[in-house]
Design a protein around this ligand. Structure first.
Ligand code: PFF
Length: 454
């Protein structure tokens, strides 16, 4: 079959915009609003933000282009696409490891993502019930600590989140995804803007901006660099096949370069807005920026509690955050689901059921890591922190290196040129240099540096 006529058996986006929206939906999620602020807080602020932005621009965008390119060329699940592409380029079948590692990473990430999605669900109900009206920083922190300390309630919310997610997944790509993202993502963006507006009234907006944007280079360490790089991969959903599989549904005439830039800008914009909304509240209420995964759940309720219409506003915010979490969750499990369909020949429903159950089960480790297993440490990390470290900081960057190497070295320049359709030769060469040399070397150095070998 002619390559350009290859089609994915799982469908095709109806237009370039649907792809942009769906990919942005996959990229924008808890990573931007929940994880980015707490990592920034834990890593001392501005220097982390700077490293993060550099990673997005220099590694994220070129790698996203490479990943979409592989997906569109392979037109199948990451594992299958890599098999087809390895054959096409006469290289070893072991390159399928990109697909395998990504499929596994997606499932591992979803196992804990679902737990945090469950927190979001619970916070919708807390907001609706008016729990936060007049909340002080101390009250919000206590509410959060009591909540995560209760293993049964985390268990229930994790289960509910997972059931609903897999229900949407069973509905198929076009039906479930396309409709949800089209108007909800812009609304979330708008609400974040309003939150930033609120933060301007706290009297600590300047302090928040300074914390985020005045680089303090003394705060840079091997560990914080790795964390910034891992977060860039996590937030852009790179290195694990999600973007590859979304790329496999992309119509032939879509420009991969400009699409990637747009997705990266939207994703980074949301993360920065979240930071600008949250840190002024942190400082105004004497909260601890480095308090960890609970940061947004301890700060935003204080804001909702003191603003007019805060109950409605807070409920709406957590509802939209939930939708953003869902669109990401769906993309996290999509490689696994489509692989089950292709390999076992089962229906989408059965595939969703199997993958959902396995992921849910693993998620219990994260549920307990906040209560029953809180003291249980592996290499000094809780189960949740360990899982997050292995996936975000190791699997995604390593997957990214392999994708870069494959697209940069093993695919012929004709085929990458044909897929990328970049008419400007300088731009094409820049991309090639970035994926061939800069990205693999940079990721490697950051990894070695973080484990103390450099
Ligand atoms: N990018 C998502 C977020 O920032 O919340 C998380 C994610 C989704 C990571 C899909 C990886 C992925 F493949």
């Amino acid at each position: 079959m002619n390559i350009s006529d290859r089609q994915s058996m799982h469908g095709q986006w109806s237009s370039r915009w649907t792809f942009i929206l769906a990919a942005t939906g996959a990229a924008v999620g808890l990573g931007n609003i929940w994880k980015f602020p707490y990592l920034t807080g834990q890593n001392g602020g501005s220097a982390f933000v700077l490293m993060y932005i550099i990673c997005v621009a220099a590694l994220g965008i070129p790698l996203m282009m490479a990943e979409i390119l592989l997906g569109r060329r392979g037109r199948s699940t990451p594992i299958r696409s890599m098999k087809v592409l390895a054959e096409e380029n006469n290289v070893g079948q072991w390159w399928q490891i990109i697909g395998w590692s990504g499929t596994i990473a997606g499932m591992l990430i979803l196992s804990y993502y679902s737990v945090i999605g469950g927190w979001t669900l619970a916070y919708i109900f807390k907001s609706i019930a008016g729990t936060f009206s007049g909340a002080t920083g101390e009250f919000a922190a206590n509410t959060f600590n009591t909540f995560v300390g209760n293993s049964s309630s985390l268990f229930i919310w994790h289960t509910v989140f997972m059931v609903i997610t897999m229900g949407i997944v069973a509905g198929g790509v076009q039906g479930g995804l396309e409709k949800a993202v089209q108007f909800l993502m812009p609304t979330l963006f708008f609400l974040l803007l309003l939150m930033v507006g609120y933060s301007m009234t706290t009297g600590f907006f300047g302090k928040g901006l300074e914390f985020l944007f005045t680089p303090d280079f003394s705060k840079i360490s091997g560990a914080s660099m790795l964390s910034a790089m891992g977060q860039a991969f996590f937030s852009l959903s790179l290195g694990m096949g999600t973007i590859m599989i979304y790329g496999s549904y992309v119509p032939k005439d879509t420009s991969i370069a400009s699409t990637s830039v747009m997705i990266a800008i939207a994703d980074t914009g949301v993360a920065l807005l979240a930071g600008m909304a949250i840190f002024p509240i942190v400082f105004a209420n004497n909260l601890e920026p480095g308090s960890g995964p609970g940061l947004i759940f301890q700060t935003l309720p204080v804001a909702f509690g003191s603003m007019t219409g805060g109950t409605i506003f807070g409920s709406l915010f957590f509802i939209l955050l939930l939708v953003a979490a869902w669109t990401s969750s769906i993309s996290l499990i999509e490689p696994f689901v489509t692989w089950l369909i292709e390999t076992l020949g089962v229906s989408r429903l059965t595939a969703a059921l199997y993958s959902g159950m396995a992921t849910w089960l693993l998620g219990l480790g994260t549920v307990w890591s906040f209560n029953l297993w809180a003291e249980l440490k592996f290499f000094g990390l809780t189960f949740f922190d360990l899982l997050d470290f292995i996936t975000s900081n190791l699997m995604l960057p390593l997957g990214g290196i392999l994708i870069a190497l494959f697209a940069g070295w093993l695919m012929s320049a004709e085929s990458t040129k044909a897929e990328l359709q970049i008419s400007n030769p300088t731009l094409y060469t820049t991309w090639q240099v970035l994926v061939r040399y800069i990205a693999p070397v940079a990721v490697f150095i950051v990894l070695l540096n973080a484990i103390g070998l450099l």
